[in-house]
Design a protein around this ligand. Structure first.
Ligand code: SF4
Length: 505
């Protein structure tokens, strides 16, 4: 796995989603970097959420189409396949995200292959590097077999990791069962570990319209740029600089640099293109990144949030990768589906981590303790309440035994839990993390807010794709295709070694 020692980042002006213009930019960018697609070429966009309510959450299909057309122009006999693969946000079938983002139509037009990462075999990759969270992880087979991997994310803010550019986009190279493992206070370490699975030969970011403030429901922020590179760490560092951040203040970028995945030092990055870095910064002036603590996020709303430290408080005093950020996204999703959401919410108190302060709940106001690490003791409306920390170190979780929680099963279990606790002062939601989906369902069950999974306009396409997804998995099992294939990675059992290449020197 070669990491260019002196990477190049190309910033190009692209005011609109004009496929021809994008194709030209990519053709020129690949030529400047001296790159040609070869073997199994796989493009990984960010399709975390799509459809009319999530127009700015995902890489636009026009950007992927321009790239594919440029790759097809440059292709020679060594190219065997161009594919596009992704696992969208959990519980929603990826086939729904491909359809609603326009990727399906684009894939048909361009004649490339579609890989739904939640419907392909998952293969084991062994880690051997120092500081790893675990010894092996799983990734979809097309990722493990890619000869020319292209990372194609969206330029967005993120509530858990400040920003989501290239490196964070790797969360989508795991299916639901494996994605949630370590998706907690060690999320940044997990993202840094995932870099060992594959490094892209080429990466580019859709910064034509950026996504500000959040990741599932970002506000549109026109930037009019496509940015490309032969090093994703360098590309992320330049994007950080554009929004006024030091790359090393973003933990997963700092970790990746310390582990040899390239440089974040702009002095060592060749920055070229028809948009200067200063002009790019001017365009991004005022762009809001994520990383807002939950207590502050809900100030002035009917939710009062309290957050104590997660396990390993010496590591972090706040769980940036888990339950608190998931609540932010859950409420924003509910606001999208129900414009009267805030007025329908009852006053509630939501507690994360080992919180030590008071909870001044009034009679009738529910207190919700979210996550296995929630811990608290004190009176709520005259009742003495004791919540114990039931967190188990995630390193004890075996990826071979990870199971998928069906959305309808989750709906039933969360509703039952809320019903069971009707009339009580408090409720406890277990899990590490408690996902966006579960928190959406819990808030729905505790209020009159509309359930997005049963939304009349979107329920039919969702259920159609859900049934197709489930049917395909059942068919694979009937055919004897194992969903998890231990040790069958085409690259062998171990993640490739990382070493720097003095490409331009
Ligand atoms: S239970 Fe939630 S808040 Fe606690 S460590 Fe896990 S993800 Fe973080």
């Amino acid at each position: 796995m070669r990491i260019p020692k002196q990477p190049t980042v190309i910033i190009r002006h692209c005011p609109e989603y004009d496929i021809e213009r994008i194709q030209t930019l990519f053709r020129e960018g690949l030529a400047t970097l001296g790159l040609k697609p070869t073997g199994r070429t796989l493009i990984k966009p960010n399709l975390v959420a799509a459809g009319p309510l999530f127009p700015h959450a995902h890489t636009r299909s026009e950007v992927a189409e321009g790239l594919i057309r440029a790759l097809q122009e440059l292709a020679d006999d060594t190219l065997t396949e161009i594919g596009v693969g992704e696992r969208c946000g959990i519980t929603v079938p990826s086939r729904a995200a491909f359809a609603e983002s326009g990727f399906d139509a684009m894939i048909e037009r361009t004649g490339v292959k579609r890989y739904l990462f939640d419907e392909v075999p998952q293969v084991e990759i062994r880690y051997t590097h120092e500081g790893r969270l675990r010894d092996y992880v799983f990734t979809p087979e097309p990722v493990a077999k890619a000869d020319f991997f292209i990372n194609l994310p969206k330029f967005k803010a993120h509530p858990w990791t400040t920003v989501t550019f290239c490196l964070k986009n790797y969360i989508g190279i795991q299916d639901d069962r494996h994605r949630l493992i370590d998706h907690d206070h060690r999320l940044n370490d997990k993202i840094a570990d995932l870099q060992y699975i594959v490094q892209p030969s080429f990466c580019a970011i859709d910064a034509i319209i950026g996504g500000e403030g959040r990741m599932l429901t970002p506000k549109p922020f026109p930037l009019g740029m496509i940015i490309m590179s032969d090093s994703q760490l360098a590309l992320d560092a330049v994007c950080c600089s554009i929004v006024g951040l030091s790359a090393r203040s973003v933990d997963h970028l700092r970790l990746a640099e310390d582990r040899g995945f390239g440089t974040t030092d702009l002095a060592n990055i060749r920055i070229i293109g028809d948009v200067s870095l200063d002009e790019a910064k001017r365009r991004a002036s005022g762009f809001q990144v994520g990383l807002i603590r939950i207590e502050k996020y809900f100030e002035g709303s009917r939710i009062t949030a309290y957050a104590g430290p997660p396990p390993e408080p010496e590591h972090s005093d706040y769980c940036w990768g888990g339950c608190p950020g998931a609540l932010q996204e859950a409420i924003e999703v509910l606001r999208l589906y129900d414009q009267t959401c805030d007025s329908k919410l009852p006053r509630m108190h939501i507690v994360f981590g080992a919180y030590r302060g008071p909870i001044p709940a009034q009679p009738g106001e529910k207190v919700i303790f979210i996550g296995d690490c929630a811990e608290w003791e004190g009176p709520i409306n005259g009742e003495l309440v004791q919540i114990r920390n039931v967190y188990r170190d995630g390193r004890q979780k075996d990826p071979y035994k990870a199971s998928h929680d069906d959305v309808f099963a989750k709906m039933a279990s969360v509703s039952m839990k809320v019903l069971w606790n009707e009339g009580t002062t408090h409720i406890r939601l277990r899990g590490c993390p408690v996902s966006v989906c579960e928190q959406v369902l819990a808030v729905v069950a505790l209020s009159d807010v509309n359930n997005p999974y049963l939304d009349m306009e979107h329920a039919v396409p969702f259920q159609k794709n859900y049934l197709a997804w489930r049917a395909n998995q059942a068919m694979q099992r009937l055919r004897g295709i194992p969903y998890q294939k231990p040790g069958t990675c085409s690259r062998g059992h171990a993640a490739p070694e990382v070493f720097a290449e003095d490409k331009h020197g």
